[in-house]
Design a protein around this ligand. Structure first.
Ligand code: ADP
Length: 266
């Protein structure tokens, strides 16, 4: 969409000339629209747990407190919902820092095998609980890379956490690192889980986009994990993509520069 703004040059009260300013405002409007949508989403995501907390607190007040078993259950729900809200707000703050480019990267040389094994260790409890087979494989030519370890840990954490959430018991998760065709470090997380329908794949990195809202919520998801991963990877100068086959599994791959980039701090 194009707006037309006439600017008049006056001389002694008379219009002596006119300049027409044509401006393409499509991008600006799209940005505003996505901002509005984002605020609506955030409000909704916060209101849902708040409504639940309110009704369970009221039920406790209205007599459920007298029944110890019921009371314990209701308090459990309140705690779960509160924890989800904290996760949501933490994710939102992280996204807003990434958006404002306020968070500078702390790039350091990193051992890739150690980094992947570390993320597997972090989830060892759930992995064992779901009897998931997890493997890590790192090609020799990408033994080390320069990256912000804390931030990439978060990317890997989000991806492995998704792989675990959406893979049934007894499935497999493979963490792998190799050199991409264009000489970057490519890290992938592959699972044998439920997969993602074709029509959803291209929107999956959007904030709050989920294939199944109820399932994501039940799993404790915020709908922001993949968007945060994408922002962090982008800040490193890399890219992230997802391939998936329904009922077969998903493969998320992200790339990062192997070498120290000019201008990035050590
Ligand atoms: P969430 O907190 O809901 O997991 P994400 O941004 O991490 O949010 O993921 C967005 C959505 O993408 C999820 O709700 C889920 O529908 C889908 N998804 C992400 N990873 C996987 C995966 N490994 N297998 C199947 N679906 C996935």
């Amino acid at each position: 969409r194009v707006t037309f703004t006439p600017i008049h040059r006056r001389e002694g009260g008379r219009i002596a000339g006119t300049i027409a300013v044509l401006q393409d405002v499509t991008e600006q409007e799209n940005l505003e629209e996505s901002r509005r949508e984002f605020v609506a989403n955030v409000s909704h995501e916060l209101r849902t747990p708040l409504t639940t907390i309110k009704s369970y607190a009221e039920a406790l007040d209205d007599g459920a407190l007298e029944d110890p078993q019921l009371a314990v259950r209701f308090v459990g729900v309140i705690r779960n919902e509160t924890e989800r809200m904290i996760r949501l707000v933490t994710d939102l703050l992280h996204l807003s820092r990434l958006d404002s480019k306020e968070s500078s990267l702390r790039i350091q040389q990193t051992d890739i095998t150690e980094m992947l094994e570390d993320v597997a260790d972090r989830f060892s409890f759930q992995i064992r609980q779901k009897r998931i087979h997890i493997s890590t494989r790192v090609r020799k030519d990408v033994a080390t890379a320069w990256l912000d370890r804390d931030q990439i840990d978060q990317v890997l954490g989000n991806l492995v956490s998704n792989a675990l959430k959406y893979t049934p018991e007894g499935g497999t998760i493979q963490l792998e690192a190799h050199k991409s065709e264009d000489g970057m470090l490519a890290v992938s997380v592959r699972d044998s889980g439920i997969g993602i329908p074709k029509k959803d794949i291209e929107r999956i990195f959007e904030r709050f986009y989920r294939v199944d809202k109820a399932r994501s919520r039940n799993m404790g998801g915020t709908g922001l994990g993949l968007s945060i991963a994408r922002e962090i990877v982008k800040a490193h100068g890399g890219s992230i993509s997802l391939q998936s086959e329904l009922n077969e599994g998903s493969l998320v791959t992200f790339t990062l520069p192997l070498m120290k980039q000019r201008g990035s701090g050590a």
